[in-house]
Design a protein. Structure first.
Length: 637
């Protein structure tokens, strides 16, 4: 359980408030002297005119204070100051002018002055006592709390997440079951002298469920759970991060057995000495303190450190050695069964239509992690709510997938008929080649509706393949180049729409030659690659200039060969291309079933608004066709 915070003493603050109220009351209620201050010149003039009838003279330290009343209308009191030896206020001089003189003793401190002085002194003493006590108790004030840990603490039983809420990471869960068992029954391991791993590093791409797994461990073990980010340790002041590390582990030792979870540990655990000017002193001191704390654990402390990162390649070697982070648990992107299970978990509280096939959605989302799939179903729910439907349909899920991958539809974009036809042949070329080649991914949807920066798209349903053969890679290159090949075969010209296709094909071909030994250069790796799950990598060439020329020749021959292959394939099935393009121009989007119907020679039913669809309407808005494309007809090669 969480330790109860110490009760703070509040009486000094009540006393402080009372003292302030008393001082203000005295200040407003004390009698005020309303006498006007006269200069010596004015006082002498008043004496000469006979306006002064009586004065009170108070002598103190060679100074004299003269006060009295002027017989003006109305009478006014006055006061002035001068030297005690001034002949103007001598007794004979005042008596000659008929002025009554009273000599007063030096004034004493009044009760108001004494009380104000005592209360002010007491106030200063109380403030000093409170500040000193706060510093001795570890600093409950802002200054003392600056070095305190910012970890969020969940007491025993507060974490409700369990392993049943985590899917697609069965191997990672199996590795963490031992940690849960140790936290539940630590005496079983202590009796045998076993030492549980002090630290477990969760490694995987962003959104794969590392934080969820850590919470599930705490929920299964029902132990206190400390959660903090690596960036919460680092401050602009040197030493603050190290103090926070010490405070975090002091709190954890008081609540052992427990779990300390450090998210994004690469923010504080990067390799030392790798930064500019020798690195950041604050970050390195924080890392040093973290290393000391983890190395100082004893088995009886029963503290498990879980940390998550998607950049294991940048972590300091001392952090990864046995005794600190003994284990690395890989939480990778889920396979098709894992994705289906994740979708079912996120669909628990969403009303799905019976026609929604989550297994099909799982097959259509390779490479997506748990966060992506949760976002996909959320987008589907938003689309259903926007259409005032009570249930999420398969159409909503399919549209949400397209929005997540490519962005929303841009139906307001004005596109003339010639450009739409070029886009249609381009996308049909991709789709038809993918359908005809034996190792290519099959088509899922074909559209000429603009999305994001694309004027159209051919979407596929790839499989979860662990290994790619040379034949499968060549088919992928051929499919990528088939868009421009279709333009050249049918229209006789090529456009600028194949930029991303060329990049994809060139990247695959270059890796086949330089990394995978799939060329006449031999079975050797010509580049070395370093990188993490964020996709940042650096390639270093390890070959001569002569080999570089041979690589370029191999690359050019491979790409040109596949381009000619795609042209021959599409020329052979030119009638299918025309039929598919006509259907696509009419319907704008073709599903797999519609695509197969057209290929088999069937006729699709006319769309509800045939002849007035958005694309045809846009083509009649007077847009000028692109130069050289406005008069092209199907088959004009």
């Amino acid at each position: 359980m969480n330790p109860q915070p110490a009760k703070r003493t509040v009486w000094p603050w009540w006393l402080l408030g009372g003292v302030v109220v008393v001082l203000l009351t005295i200040g407003f209620t004390a009698p005020r002297d309303t006498a006007s201050e006269l200069t010596l010149t004015d006082f002498q003039s008043a004496l000469s005119r006979g306006q002064v009838t009586r004065v009170v003279i108070t002598n103190q330290d060679n100074l004299a204070t003269v006060s009295g009343v002027l017989n003006t209308q109305p009478p006014t009191t006055f006061t002035t100051r001068t030297l005690s030896s001034d002949p103007l206020i001598s007794l004979p001089a005042l008596e000659r002018r008929g002025v009554d003189v009273i000599l007063a003793a030096p004034g004493r401190l009044g009760w108001v002055t004494v009380l104000s002085t005592v209360l002010t002194s007491a106030l200063i003493v109380v403030l000093l006592v409170v500040l000193l006590r706060g510093n001795r108790q570890g600093g409950n004030d802002a200054a003392g709390a600056f070095g305190k840990s910012k970890a969020t603490v969940h007491s025993e039983g507060q974490v409700k997440v369990s392993f049943a809420d985590v899917a697609g990471a069965d191997e990672a869960k199996a590795d963490l079951v031992e940690v849960v068992d140790f936290l539940k029954h630590p005496e079983r391991y202590h009796t045998l002298g076993a030492r549980i791993p002090h630290g477990v590093l969760l490694v995987g791409p962003p959104g794969s469920g590392k934080t969820l797994l850590a919470r599930a461990v705490a929920g299964e073990a029902k132990v206190p759970y400390f959660s903090i980010s690596g960036s919460d340790f680092v401050e602009m002041f040197v030493g603050v991060g190290a103090a926070r590390v010490r405070d975090l582990f002091e709190q954890a030792k008081k609540q052992a057995p427990c779990i300390v979870f450090i998210d994004e540990i690469d923010a504080v655990g990067r390799k030392r000495g790798s930064g500019m000017n020798g690195g950041n002193d604050e970050r390195e001191q924080t890392l040093n303190q973290l290393l000391v704390e983890m190395d100082g654990f004893q088995s009886q402390h029963d503290i498990i450190i879980l940390a998550a990162t998607n950049r294991p390649d940048v972590l300091d070697a001392a952090l990864l050695r046995p005794g600190r982070f003994d284990r690395q648990v890989v939480v990778d992107a889920p396979d098709v069964r894992g994705r289906e299970t994740i979708l079912k978990i996120h669909a628990r509280k969403k009303p799905l239509d019976p026609g929604v096939d989550l297994s099909l959605v799982a097959r259509q989302t390779p490479g997506m992690v748990g966060a992506d799939l949760e976002n996909l179903l959320n987008e589907a729910a938003l689309l259903a709510a926007r259409s005032t439907r009570k249930r999420i349909t398969m159409r909503d899920v399919d549209e949400a997938r397209d929005r997540v991958l490519m962005g929303p539809e841009r139906r307001s974009m004005v596109i003339n008929e010639a450009d739409r036809r070029v886009t249609a042949y381009h996308e049909v070329g991709h789709a038809l080649a993918a359908q005809l080649l034996p190792y290519a991914d099959k088509i899922h949807k074909l559209t000429v509706v603009p999305r994001g920066r694309a004027l159209g798209a051919a979407m596929y349903t790839p499989g979860d393949q662990m290994h790619m053969t040379r034949e499968a890679l060549l088919d992928r290159i051929c499919v990528a180049l088939s868009g421009q090949a279709a333009e050249e075969v049918v229209l006789g010209v090529i456009s600028t729409g194949a930029q991303s296709d060329f990049q994809q094909a060139t990247n695959i071909a270059r890796r086949m030659i330089t990394e995978w030994g799939m060329s006449d250069l031999g079975n050797l790796a010509l580049v070395s690659e370093q990188g993490g799950y964020l996709g940042m990598s650096a390639e270093y060439g390890q070959y001569s200039e002569h080999t570089a020329v041979r690589i370029d020749d191999e690359l050019l021959g491979l790409l040109n060969g596949q381009y000619e292959r795609s042209k021959g394939l599409l020329s052979e099935h030119l009638h299918l291309m025309h039929r598919l393009v006509d259907a696509l121009m009419l319907h704008e989007t073709l599903s797999l079933a519609q695509f197969e119907t057209v290929v088999a020679g069937g006729v699709l039913p006319a769309p509800p608004e045939a002849g007035t669809d958005a694309g045809a309407q846009q083509g009649r808005e007077g847009d000028t066709p692109a130069p050289g494309l406005g008069t092209l007809k199907p088959g004009g090669a």
